[in-house]
Design a protein around this ligand. Structure first.
Ligand SMILES: Nc1ncnc2c1ncn2[C@@H]1O[C@H](COP(=O)(O)OP(=O)(O)OP(=O)(O)O)[C@@H](O)[C@H]1O
Length: 673
């Protein structure tokens, strides 16, 4: 069967709707993808099969957290990823191979993309910005821009994020003052160099990041764990509050856990700074107390409206603040970033902190990675300051900074920290994280072979043995907190001891996922007589909250533990609040939750543990293969402060190191081109 449209044709083994059904049965697309495409075509009376195919592919992209379908990414030979599994074909066509191919007379990929664009442009469903601005066009559900097909909502989010960030990425009022008043520059430089008193000759990037933040309304400080993002931002806030004491600041993070960690880190940084504010830094003493310590979740800041995806604060009801600091920005998805930026008041400043190499957000987009995209120069990272900014920062930091080749305005707002103060350069965890991050399989294998004290590998070759080793390890690591449970220790001490160790999995389902491992660990702990899991709620059961409950003050990702209340002996769920106090909730009142001896790497973002064991599936199949990627390993490894172990197979670990997840989006090109 050949369906021809100009020079582009579809070669199909069966009618396309039937092939879509086969693809769904094979798990290559979902029922939602198929129905979405069929319904849209039906509602708009579109009969072009290529359109039906493109709509299916767009829906598939969105369910894989991409923001759009770049036409250049379509696999022409087998766009539906059909497998030749004949047994799933129910009728007498059982022996025919399945195929769906896009065939073109065009010579280059660019020409084929142009042909696909032509087909989309002819559809009444598709709007092209600037091309057809009629009222009718403005109501169309799909947008085609720069050969990327979007659902209009995602296009709007991307558009909003790009335009807000670019308009924020301007020099601050302080920068103008620095440029016009040499004595002011001298004074600020003195304070900056006092706060970042680096001893060696190398560029102190923390100081550069601080100077960047002072000079811009938008600043992005990116870097791996322990590179000093919080330390740097605390010092910048001190300087800003000294220069502008009336500033209203707010600190936020995407999850309750991350917000609590940010509060803790800011408190720690302030305490360390206290003793350093002598000599030239003496005048800063009074500003230290003005730095806020409480961090909220982004949802709480924006104001959740029950059963509504909109927030109380938006462009018509902006937030009341002058400066917003967002930590763990890699976890913020495209829709949430759009809503946050929309709610920022006109003259507010924004600081984003995060690690661009971590797993992207659970929902669509990879906003932080897209913002940092322009720093990527082949295999290396390169700052992209303009001549004016390089000159200004050099004067402020009393160092020599080179300008980059990029001509736009965003480069002046970015700074990357590369030196980890947590992982020493020659220590196992830091080395492994760095090799994985670079996709260097042989370096990673070499590190495992060197048998560092802080690393352990449980090879799953002989399955039973590996499982026994893994579960014995879990018993040893969870024993200290369970001993405290048996001694009826204080809930806070029990919870903090439990939080020293965690098992992390790539996925939820299956024997090697969270569900299977939680069961196996519970069984093994019960055999060791450390736990008595007789019913759903039992003493010592650790739980993780799965949804936000604003009335109770519990948020998705919060971790608590079930323990009897000392006075009533009633079993309660105990949680630690951001301010360090404990709260208790009746188990029956808990929002949806899971046991959490094991949790997903995704859920562990924003948390750290002294020791981490990561479990990889021995034989990944289908969607599991896509889950196993470099960012997943990197995020898992860097959750560990003192010890990291991995239970897996050599080949699976290597596969994950090689695989880089790229989220399709037009944001990087909007920001950087
Ligand atoms: N310039 C420095 N010299 C020595 N130690 C430092 C320096 N900067 C930060 N540290 C120390 O390194 C540790 C991590 O710093 P910080 O919490 O600021 O890093 P971070 O990048 O915010 O980490 P994370 O991503 O885990 O939140 C802290 O103990 C801090 O005191």
């Amino acid at each position: 069967m050949q369906l021809v449209n100009t020079a582009l044709s579809l070669q199909l083994s069966h009618p396309l709707p039937q092939l879509l059904k086969f693809a769904e049965q094979q798990g290559a697309i979902t029922a939602l993808d198929r129905h979405f495409a069929l319904q849209l075509c039906q509602l708009s009376a579109e009969t072009e099969p290529m359109l039906l195919l493109l709509l299916t592919l767009l829906s598939k992209q969105l369910s894989s957290q991409h923001s759009c379908l770049p036409l250049a990414h379509i696999e022409l030979n087998n766009p539906l990823a059909l497998r030749d599994e004949l047994h799933i074909q129910p009728d007498d066509s059982a022996n025919e191979p399945l195929f769906c191919r896009i065939v073109s007379e065009a010579q280059t990929d660019t020409q084929i993309c142009a042909q696909l664009s032509d087909i989309l442009q002819q559809s009444s469903l598709v709007w092209q910005p600037q091309a057809n601005e009629t009222d009718d066009a403005l109501n169309r559900p799909l947008v085609l821009q720069q050969q990327r097909l979007y659902l209009r909502r995602y296009w709007r989010y991307e558009q909003l994020v790009a335009s807000k960030l670019l308009s924020l990425a301007q020099d601050s009022a302080i920068a103008t003052q620095l440029d016009q008043q040499p004595r002011f520059l001298q004074q600020v430089s003195e304070l900056l160099n006092g706060l970042f008193a680096s001893s060696d000759d190398e560029i102190d990037w923390q100081k550069v990041a601080a100077a960047t933040t002072l000079s811009r309304n938008l600043s992005i400080i990116t870097g791996g764990p322990g590179t000093g993002k919080t330390t740097t931002v605390t010092k910048v806030l001190l300087l800003l509050l000294y220069l502008q004491p009336q500033l209203t600041l707010r600190l936020v993070a995407p999850t309750g856990k991350a917000a609590a960690r940010l509060s803790e880190s800011i408190k720690g940084s302030k305490a360390r700074l206290q003793s350093e504010l002598n000599g030239v830094l003496q005048p800063l003493q009074q500003s230290l107390a003005l730095i806020p310590e409480e961090a909220a979740t982004i949802h709480r800041l924006l104001g959740v409206i029950p059963d509504d995806s909109r927030f109380r604060h938006n462009s018509s009801n902006p937030l009341l603040l002058d400066l917003l600091i967002v930590d763990e920005a890699s976890m913020v998805d495209l829709p949430l970033m759009a809503k946050l930026l929309d709610a920022l008041p006109e003259n507010a400043r924004l600081i984003l902190l995060g690690d661009q190499d971590q797993l992207a957000s659970v929902e669509a987009g990879a906003v932080l990675a897209d913002i940092c995209h322009g720093l990527h120069d082949g295999e290396r990272w390169q700052m992209q300051y303009s001549h004016q900014q390089a000159e200004r920062l050099s004067q402020l930091c009393r160092t020599q900074l080179a300008a980059g080749s990029y001509q736009g305005t965003l480069g002046d707002s970015l700074c990357m920290l590369r030196h980890s103060h947590r992982f020493k350069g020659d220590a196992g965890i830091g080395m492994l994280a760095s090799a994985v991050n670079q996709g260097n399989v042989s370096a990673a294998k070499q590190i495992w072979r060197q048998q560092y004290a802080e690393l352990a590998w449980f090879e799953q070759q002989a399955e039973m043995n590996a499982e026994r080793q893994l579960l014995d390890h879990c018993v040893a690591m969870y024993r200290p907190y369970l001993a405290l449970v048996q001694q009826q220790a204080e809930p806070q001490q029990v919870l903090q001891t439990f939080n020293q160790f965690r098992v992390l999995c790539a996925m939820r389902a299956g024997e090697y996922g969270v569900d299977g491992l939680n069961l196996a660990i519970i069984r093994r702990l019960a055999q060791a007589e450390l736990l008595a899991p007789r019913q759903e709620f039992y003493s010592g059961r650790p739980i993780i909250i799965r949804s936000n409950d604003y009335n109770l003050g519990l948020f998705n990702g919060d971790i608590g533990i079930l323990l009897p209340d000392a006075s009533s002996q009633r079993l309660m769920a105990w949680f630690e609040r951001a301010d360090g106090s404990m709260m208790q909730v009746l188990p029956a009142r808990l929002p949806s939750h899971d046991t959490c001896f094991a949790m997903t790497v995704h859920k562990s973002q924003g948390s750290e543990f002294n020791a981490v064991t990561m479990v990889l599936p021995p034989q990944p199949r289908g969607a599991q293969v896509q889950l196993l990627c470099r960012e997943l390993l990197y995020t898992g490894i860097t959750r560990a402060k003192k010890h990291f172990s991995c239970s897996g197979r050599d080949a699976v670990f290597s596969l994950a190191v090689k695989q880089l997840t790229l989220r399709a989006s037009g944001l990087a090109s909007r920001l950087w081109s």
